[in-house]
Design a binder for this molecule. Sequence first.
Ligand SMILES: [Zn+2]
Ligand SMILES: [Zn+2]
Length: 58
Amino acid sequence: MSGPAVKPQEQKCQGISRVDEPCDKGAQQYCERCGQWFCHTHYPDPEWHACAPEQGEV
Ligand SMILES: [Zn+2]
Ligand SMILES: [Zn+2]
């Protein structure tokens, strides 16, 4: 129990486009619905993030 709070491991965007194109950007936003991490670009993008349209509910 010493030192600063542990930073979460660096996550990469887990979004996958309709053409199975992966994204290797660092993820910034975690979605509790699907339990995946997305970068700022793909979090709100329904083509990469299946439940993106519902994010407004949270
Ligand atoms: Zn999601
Ligand atoms: Zn991404």
